[in-house]
Design a binder for this molecule. Structure first.
Ligand SMILES: *Cc1c(COP(=O)(O)O)cnc(C)c1O
Length: 413
């Protein structure tokens, strides 16, 4: 299909998406209100952008940044650090912080994200690397029920019967799975249930869900990456953890050491990008949501199944497109790369990746390496050859790239 024809299909999509775009804008406003209130209440000033060094004692900018994250998420406490390597690292900090030998980690959303398998010790590599199993921490899971809903009845009976459960784990976003993303209110319902029958902590893998809804889920810990939603496309690296005071305190002892917690750890020049990233996050997430909705509409019109559909409610920024064939998947990812602002000359190829079971192809022509709030596409090379695309720090640039990717898939097909 020639590019002019594709642009006219894109224009049809945009006309049909006016209502969706308006809903996304309204959500961005609601989330921005929370963030603006946090900034005002905490009296951010230019002096907070000064950089701490060394041990980072009295790094007031870092402390203020922590408060901004906690308040923006509606949490009692929290921290954001450039020194947290990734979303996986943030999750590991939280898990090691709350679990003790003899405790059980209980996932209520089935198998967690691939990179957590090695942390839990269910990746088949056995003992020795210091995974949770090495420390005598047990693991069990309950699959999602009908319609990818949390099986609350089953969860209740497991919690009543197994008193060793210390952490109830929820993955909010679908990740690389073929399932629904949970809404914040569904997680709130789980939270109420857990608290009514046990003392367990509720722990949420919040990656990709931040600022997609006006309020974040209730939890003792919410963890995520700053090169996804919560970094607003501005943070250069890092992760965050927010939640209840005690759980965050325990996490702070795992971030540094017991007794030091959040007292040390210099912001080392990263403070401004983290704070500015949080300021941008609701807007940037809206750009990503519009890009996802546009991709859904475009590929659907071109004859591909998509999930979620353009008009379905969405609680994260991930868009799945069922590309039917391995070759389409590779072509799509290569085109996303070819029409990206950075590294457009690189050619992504399927390969093995540490932490992932299948071969994976990843396209990310991003300003920040591996950032997936910037337009990026990943796919495990397995049936039904669905690509997971996410991000777009400007809708306009994502539209440019997606139209061209659609053209290349159609030409190859
Ligand atoms: C991205 C992601 C992670 C891991 O984050 P990394 O920064 O890639 O380590 C964990 N869970 C979910 C649902 C994710 O989307």
């Amino acid at each position: 299909m020639d590019i002019e024809k594709l642009y006219s299909v894109a224009a049809e999509c945009e006309r049909a998406l006016e209502g969706e775009f308006a809903r996304i804008d309204a959500n961005a406003c609601a989330c921005t209100d929370k963030v603006m209130e946090a900034f005002r209440k905490n009296r951010l000033s230019a002096s907070h952008f000064a950089s701490g060094s060394g041990y980072g004692y009295d790094d007031v900018g870092r402390d203020l940044c922590d408060r901004l994250f906690a308040d923006s998420f509606g949490a009692e406490a929290g921290f954001a650090r450039h020194s947290i390597t990734s979303g996986t690292h943030a999750l590991a900090i939280g898990l090691y912080a709350l679990l003790r030998p003899g405790d059980t980690l209980y996932s209520v959303t089935g198998k967690p994200y691939d990179t957590l398998e090695g942390i839990i010790g269910i990746d088949g590599r056995g003992a020795g690397d210091g995974n949770l199993a090495d420390y005598g921490i047990k693991y069990r899971q309950t699959e999602l029920g009908e319609g990818s809903k949390i099986d609350l009845e089953r969860v209740k009976s497991v919690l009543c019967e197994d008193k060793s459960i210390k952490v109830v784990f929820v993955q909010r976003s679908k990740g690389y799975q073929d399932r629904r993303t949970l809404s914040a209110s569904e997680i709130d319902e789980l939270y109420a249930l857990v608290k009514s029958v046990s003392d367990a902590y509720v722990f949420v893998d919040n990656n990709y869900g931040e600022f997609c809804e006006p309020t974040e889920p209730k939890a003792d810990l919410l963890c995520g990456s700053l090169i996804k939603n919560a970094g607003g496309g501005m943070a250069e690296c890092g992760g965050y953890i927010v939640g209840s005071s005690r759980a965050v305190e325990l996490a702070s002892y795992r971030l540094t050491v017991p007794g030091i917690g959040l007292e040390a750890g210099p912001s080392a020049g990263q403070n401004k990008s983290l704070i500015k990233g949080l300021f941008y996050a609701p807007h940037t997430v809206a750009q990503a949501l519009k890009s996802a909705v546009f991709a859904a509409s475009l590929f659907e019109r071109l004859g591909f199944d998509v999930y979620p559909k353009a008009s379905e409610p969405r609680y994260d920024i991930i868009q799945m497109i069922y590309l039917k064939k391995r070759e389409n998947l590779i072509r799509f990812c290569q085109a996303i790369q070819r029409y990206s602002p950075v590294d457009s000359f690189a050619l992504p190829m399927p390969d093995a990746m540490p932490g992932y079971a299948d071969e994976v192809i990843m396209a990310a022509g991003t300003f920040t390496q591996g950032s997936s709030i910037e337009l990026s596409a990943d796919a495990p090379l397995r049936e039904p050859y669905s690509v997971y695309m996410q991000g777009g720090i400007t809708y306009e640039s994502a539209k440019y790239t997606l139209i061209r990717a659609a053209g290349e898939v159609l030409d190859g097909d």
